[in-house]
Each structure stands twice: as C-alpha cells, then as structure tokens.
Design a protein around this ligand. Structure first.
Ligand code: SF4
Ligand code: SF4
Length: 133
C-alpha cells in the first residue's frame, strides 16, 4: 500500500466511530436469536420432567416448589426445573422439548457471578403468592 493510500485510510479512520465498544458502559450487541439466560414459567410448567431428562449437561434438577406459592393444578407434584447456569451449555434443548412451551428465553449474556447462579429466583417470580400475582 502506497503512502497516500495509508494516509487516506488514517484520516478516514480518525473521522469514523471506533470499532470497539466501552463494555460494560455500553452493552455488547447480540443477535436476535442469541441464546441467553432462560428459565421456566411456572404458571405453564406441569413438572413433567422432560426437559431435565433431555438436558445433555445434567444442568436441570427437578425441585420442589417452596410452600406459599400458588402452584397451578396442572402441576400436582409441585416440582419445577431448576437450572444450574454454571453447568448449562445453552443448547436450548430444554426449550425445544418442552411440550407446554413453558420456557422463557432471553438475550441476557452477562452471566458471570461470584456465586453459582440458578434459575430459582426467576422461575419462582412467575408464580403468585397467597392468591396475589
Ligand atoms: S440449554 Fe441445554 S444445557 Fe442448558 S439447561 Fe437447557 S438443555 Fe440443559
Ligand atoms: S418440559 Fe416444560 S412442562 Fe415439563 S418440567 Fe420442563 S418446563 Fe416444565
């Protein structure tokens, strides 16, 4: 590349936006279908366990729903899929096998934490308590 071409490139780069972003000040752009954090909507989940059986990473443990939550009659065993995000490989097999379309999926990619995080808080927040949602 000749000198004038390099100079032209340098000047145009000075005038253009940087290729990098200031993370975490600016969020990283992700594709629309990016597989981020997901969790079961317990108002739809029947506790059938299929997602747990099918999970290739053994990241889903069927777990009792704590007392006090309004559990739908369609879930007589009062259990739900608890996802260990530390084990999950984000294949989304659980989502595709769920016969009740009970999974909520997001683009959330900021998963680093100082403790092992799981889906309990997100899933339990989909249920009401004492008749109140
Ligand atoms: S996305 Fe894949 S690895 Fe993660 S919980 Fe679902 S089935 Fe398991
Ligand atoms: S497959 Fe669907 S309905 Fe069955 S336990 Fe998993 S989330 Fe619940």
């Amino acid at each position: 590349m000749g000198k004038p071409k390099i100079l032209g490139l340098a000047v145009s780069n000075l005038a253009s936006k940087p290729a990098t972003i200031e993370y975490p000040k600016e969020p990283t752009p992700v594709e629309e279908d990016f597989r981020g954090r997901h969790y079961a909507d317990l108002s739809k989940c029947t506790g059938c366990s299929l997602c747990s059986i099918e999970c290739p990473a053994d990241a889903i443990k069927m777990t009792p729903i704590p007392e006090g939550y309004d559990v739908p009659k369609s879930n007589p065993r009062r259990i739900y899929p608890l996802i260990d995000y530390g084990k999950c490989v984000y294949c989304y097999r659980c989502i595709s096998v769920c016969p009740f379309n009970a999974y909520i999926h997001t683009n959330e990619y900021r998963l680093a934490d100082h403790v092992i995080s799981d889906s309990s808080g997100l899933s339990l927040s989909t249920l009401g308590k004492g008749g109140v949602k």
